[in-house]
Design a protein around this ligand. Structure first.
Ligand code: MOS
Length: 724
């Protein structure tokens, strides 16, 4: 199905299932522990051995030798594979770092060996017996030093509109401030894990991955196989946040170990190896300059930033949202990449905007203060309905001002104290802060197969993944709505590369794309049913498990009773979509209490007002947004990768040293969804919210801390030592 024009009035505008609060169809499996995660899939293949990885102990250089004699003789050991056994494995274009092979070390904890043994303990003990001799080289690990070199270089801007310099120097009110966001780790609950088996030259991996088809292609490239000879299966995923978008060392090592041992191998990356071995959100340094007229209209805005990357990567582009979010005729965007020898930086939830808005939305708060304006009003004044870089390109739907207004009303923003440090309850200084949020609303080709069963049930098969987001449920809702079936008549099967290729889960494109693909497959099924009934598809109505047309009404089960009816299709999104800016918006409001003696910050309440088109399922969408707000609390107050700038590795590389929020940190959370639909976005007029929920949250907290204390922290996280 080509989606090449805005959706008109359609069946989802009068929906019975889509858009209604629906508990997770996979919920019972999750809460009873019967949804197996990759490492727990004991029954998919017999004879499983256990692999344990070894990571490099230097950040850059060469491996001179590896002595595996002791490891190979250790109890239970079946096979040892080292990186010196082979040249660097071929890299798929989705992979930046070398995952295995060769003597070159590109980053700390790069996988350099796998030990396969009968038990986990045996494999781990033997891995510790491998002796490695390195020739370590000097590397670049210092982002501040890289920034000093390029901060005045504007020779290659991402965009330059009007005359920023002239407009900025002529502006009545000006801000010039620099902000810092540290590297961040996804720290998802389920570690990377894979069971790999070779069966007659075919490779099967039972793994934990967001993008099944990318993973299949990458495995085919890595092991020089036909993609048809690779199967990837990942039905349940305990969190991803971007670190499971790509093939990683767990699957490569399990496959190598299994090939050498001649038996299936299961392997999980140890928690303390994940942060250096896999990917992280790059640290950023961001300079923002804003010039405005006294009435608050922005006349000049510049956002210049740098982030770290391995060669070939794209780092964290913190400037992206600034191109589209606020009005202003004179604009300058510069994005620098510092090639450094740290582990690979790559996508983490809302890549770009999450870090960019941490800075931009403090800058907006600072600017509002300089203008003596309410920060809500300052943002509303600078709203725009067309792309600030291209007035001919409208937003498909943009209701940011309504987010600001409804959020402010519901939160009680008008009752706040506007004098920083001016409200106190005992030892606690009370503050309120807010921020705007912007995140793109992409969609991409997505397929599905639907199978109407003789008993009237409908099976949906697609390689779409559910990373905790609710994909199972919104896909079931979409199929139920389109086929006029109750939701419990739908069985959704996900995450298997034997199913049609979907959008996968990333970039918050999954909801709009995968439900669009499910809709397309159901429309194809409706056409097949029409054929059987010798009727036109448009003349049939599907409701209450019945199909009506040609003057008769029959149960769907009866029609399929003659044999399963199978239909498959995918949705492709036409160019017309890019004639618009398709984006999602939010406003966040936060109340904090900061201890006057210790500087400790406690979040008291949070509220988000979101504009993201049709909300397919208010329950799972709310979970996405409050989950994002929790992540934003971590970004604001505790999360920071500590870089050892002498040795080039992340020092706090586990959950003891890298602190994510716990229940006690999280207060009352409210989420408002605006009642909007976006006909340009998808047939269901929906957009994603999974990344939007994180965007802007940290800045709202930092702004609240400023309001509480009068201390402006521009260097995340906002820890007590920076406040006192
Ligand atoms: Mo997302 S960071 O594209 O999983």
């Amino acid at each position: 199905m080509d989606f090449n024009q805005p959706a008109g009035q359609n069946l989802f505008d009068n929906a019975k299932v889509v858009g209604k609060p629906t508990t997770r169809v996979d919920g019972p499996l999750k809460v009873t522990g019967t949804a197996p995660y990759a490492y727990e899939r004991h029954d998919v293949v017999d004879d499983q051995l256990v692999g344990y990885p070894l990571g490099a102990g230097i950040a850059k250089g060469r491996i001179l030798s590896m002595d595996t004699a002791h490891a190979e003789q250790a109890p239970g050991v079946v096979a040892v594979v080292t990186t010196l056994d082979m040249d660097a494995l071929p890299k798929d274009d989705t992979n930046i770092a070398n995952l295995f092979g060769g003597d070159q070390v590109e980053h700390y904890h790069q996988a350099i060996a796998v030990v396969v043994a009968r038990t986990f303990e045996q494999a781990r003990a033997a891995a510790a017996m491998i002796r490695v001799e390195y020739d370590a080289a000097e590397g670049d690990y210092d982002l501040e030093a890289a920034w000093e070199k390029v901060r005045e270089d504007r020779s290659d801007p991402s965009s330059s509109i009007g005359d920023f310099d002239a407009a900025f120097s002529a502006a009545e009110v000006r801000l010039d401030a620099t902000y810092r966001t540290p590297g961040q780790s996804h720290t998802m609950m389920e570690p990377h894990a894979t069971i790999a088996a070779w069966q007659e030259g075919r490779l099967t991996v039972w793994t934990s991955n967001q993008m099944i088809n990318w993973n299949r292609q990458a495995l085919a490239t890595t092991f020089d196989l036909d993609p048809e000879d690779v199967r990837v299966d990942s039905p349940y995923i305990g969190g991803g946040f971007g670190v499971k978008l790509f093939l990683r060392a767990d699957a490569v090592l399990a496959a190598l170990g299994a090939r050498k041992a001649g038996r299936p191998v299961k392997l999980t990356l140890p928690r303390e190896m994940i942060m250096n071995n896999t990917t992280h959100r790059a640290a950023t340094i961001q300079r923002i300059r804003i010039g405005a007229a006294r009435d608050g209209r922005i006349t000049a805005i510049a956002h210049e930033a740098i982030s770290n990357t391995l060669p070939g990567g794209s780092g964290e582009n913190a400037t992206d949202q600034t191109r589209h979010f606020y009005a202003g005729d004179n604009r300058l965007i510069v994005s620098h990449l510092a090639e450094m020898h740290l582990p690979e930086s790559n996508a983490m939830r809302a890549p770009g905007e999450a870090a960019g808005l941490m800075a931009l939305e403090i800058a907006m708060d600072e600017m509002a203060e300089k203008l003596a304006m309410d920060p809500v009003e300052f943002r509303a004044v600078n709203d725009t309905q067309t792309d600030p870089e291209d007035p001919d390109r409208p937003f498909s739907e943009r209701h940011f001002v309504e987010c600001l207004r409804q959020g402010a009303d519901a939160f009680g923003w008008a009752d706040r104290n506007t004098m920083p440090g001016g409200r106190r309850e005992g030892f606690w200084l009370i503050g309120h802060g807010m921020a705007g949020a912007y995140r793109g609303g992409p969609a991409t080709t997505s397929g599905a197969r639907v199978r109407l069963q003789p008993d009237g049930r409908l099976i949906v098969e697609t390689d779409m993944t559910d990373i905790g987001t609710g994909s199972y449920t919104i896909i079931a809702q979409t199929a139920a709505e389109t086929m006029g079936l109750p939701i419990d008549a739908i069985e959704v099967r996900l995450g298997d590369s034997d199913f049609p290729v979907s959008s996968g889960s990333g970039g918050q494109w999954g909801a709009a794309s995968s439900t669009g693909g499910t809709y397309a497959a159901c429309i194809a099924l409706r056409a097949k049913i029409a054929e059987r009934l010798q009727a036109g598809a448009e003349d049939l109505t599907f409701a209450d498990g019945m199909v009506a047309g040609n003057g008769e009404t029959r149960p769907l089960a009866e029609i399929a009773g003659e044999g399963e009816i199978v239909a498959e299709d995918s949705i492709a999104f036409g160019d017309f979509r890019s004639e618009n800016v398709v984006s999602t918006f939010a406003a966040h409001f936060v109340e904090v209490a900061v201890h006057a003696g210790t500087g400790e910050t406690r979040i008291r309440r949070m509220l988000a007002a979101c504009d993201a088109g049709r909300i397919l399922n208010p329950i799972s969408a709310r979970s996405q947004v409050i989950g994002g707000m929790v992540m934003g609390a971590g970004a604001a107050l505790s999360e920071a990768i500590a870089v050892d700038r002498a040795r080039g590795y992340f020092a706090n590389h586990d959950m003891a040293g890298y602190e994510v929020p716990v229940h006690a940190d999280i207060p009352h959370q409210d989420v408002i969804f605006l009642d909007t639909v976006d006909a340009v976005s998808s047939p269901l007029k929906a957009k994603g919210v999974g990344e939007l929920g994180l965007c802007g949250v940290a800045a709202a907290i930092a702004n609240a801390v400023y309001n509480a204390t009068g201390v402006r922290v521009r260097d995340y996280p906002v820890t007590l030592d920076k406040i006192i």
